[in-house]
Write a protein that binds this ligand. Sequence first.
Ligand code: SF4
Length: 91
Amino acid sequence: MLIKPDTPAPPCSDDPELWFVDDGTIGHARVKPELLAEMIQEAKDGCAVCDLREKCLDYALARNEYGIWGGTTWDERRRLRRRTRRPSHVA
Ligand code: SF4
């Protein structure tokens, strides 16, 4: 997803649709609920060994991208954003 010509291909380049499965679909097909968590984990496992993980997460956080980026789902990034936006309670 953030591929430069001199960078080895990231794991998501082998099966890009898997990285967008967190909305419950792959292509136009609905994923069986019992398979969804397993597929999301498979994508996250690919991100876990990717050299671009940190930059990828920053990119997705800044742009509100859907799909699995930097080892996080859209929903996980939404929670991360909320946490960082909370006002601090300074006395
Ligand atoms: S961190 Fe994940 S989504 Fe981002 S480039 Fe690497 S494998 Fe792809």
